[in-house]
Design a protein around this ligand. Sequence first.
Ligand code: TIU
Length: 225
Amino acid sequence: MINVSARPSNFTFDPHCTALVIIDMQRDFLEPGGFGSALSNDVLPLQAIVPAVQRLLSLARRYSLTVVHTRESHSPDLSDCPAVKLEHGLPGLRIGDPGPMGRILVRGEPGNQLIEQLTPLHSEWVIDKPGKGMFFATEVHERLIGAGITHLIFAGVTTEVCVQTSMREANDRGYRNLLIEDATQSYFPDFKRATIDMITAQGGIVGRVAQLAELEHSLNTRSPL
Ligand code: TIU
């Protein structure tokens, strides 16, 4: 077992029963011209976490954790996109509209690809999700159960939207969650801070939070319980 120093209390996990979940590190959110900038956000601050997520991914690969990459995406006919989501954003810059990286947030388009620095290995899972949460309208819960996964380590974007929603969904399904603070980012620094505060308040209401260095230290020294 691995014991990580975390807030509000330590996170203990067996690497065989743990998955790293990297939420939506796709061009749509990190590069200009995608869904993130269509929603009037400055996307460049999100790129600051790429080196940390790369380190985290390398760590997970070294210790043979299951790795799950998610992408927020919709089918080309948009049949999995509810009207309320289609109406979101400025006209001409909505889901399915053409942009510099292809149709915005549509599966298979260049903008929908995970960023090159985080290219998945063939053995890793890539989950396309039409919602903010990773469990809505996907088969990831059944796959995680099948793989014997009980603990999830989260990273990715954005902290208060898809990451937090996925952590809440995971908590309701009985997973034990850890968020890596320096491997997640928001377009709004205050929202990231508030989300970390929400997660760690009330005894860790939907999980725990640690720095990447704390996870690295625990895995590299394999500190005993
Ligand atoms: N807008 C925003 O902050 N996020 C999203 O729309 N999706 C994700 O968080 N992936």
